[in-house]
Design a protein around this ligand. Sequence first.
Ligand SMILES: [Zn+2]
Length: 279
Amino acid sequence: MDQSIFLKWLGVAGIELKVNEHVLIIDPYFTRIPFFKIWFGKLKPDSKLIFEKIKYCDIVFITHSHIDHLMDVPDIIKYTGCKAYGSSNTCKLLSACGVPQELIFEIKVGDILNLGKFKLVILQANHRYIPGFSEGPLKYPLQPPFNARQYRMDTYFAFNILVNGVKFMTDPGINNLARNLKKTDVLFISASYIKEYYKLLLNKIHPKVLVPIHWDNFFSPLSKPVKPYFKTSSKTFPFLKRIDLNEFMKMIKKIDPKVEVIVPEIFHSYNIREIIKFI
Ligand SMILES: [Zn+2]
């Protein structure tokens, strides 16, 4: 039997894992609302673009309910009939968007799910502080379209995904060294944490492959070339620096030369089993 696992980066934190004809997607976001619009008024997903990008999906997992992780999910469910898994806030927002109740599944930290080819363990992740976008309860009434702040997060999850004998893990978030972070083969991670954290994290979970995600400028539309976004803060001049992926790769290689860093090309399909075989 074919044991291939195909991995696609969908831009921002979006990931697709495909095994035979089984497709699992995490945090798809194609609408990419421009920066100046995100602060004002009601926002609508780009339904036409979403339909263009996702033709097939069985399961969608949402790490947290911020706009750049959740906004496009209702359209994906509408087009594909897939099932969606997320926090309490995520489920309520999906429901308010008209997603049928039987396709919405609430998950909690510690849950273990066996979903056909995919086995998942739900872990706690740490979100960095963003003024105006901290965690809390939803504000009612919830009548779509929502403004950006109505996509309020409650729990932020990381996922351990076991598929065809390969372990994947999504970003555990900032400064997260929880005891239940286990050895993994492929780790998806932000490229803007500090070196000390990568050191500790890599030492704990020993990934064979590291895939930086959420490094692109997600305010810029997909019709333009993918460009790195700015680092969150810098104490040295120039204060606003773009994420430098070459620098990131060099830093990771210094920490652990055995780790293979794959800077993903958007929408390119990688056969992860082939990559791991050569390491
Ligand atoms: Zn977020």
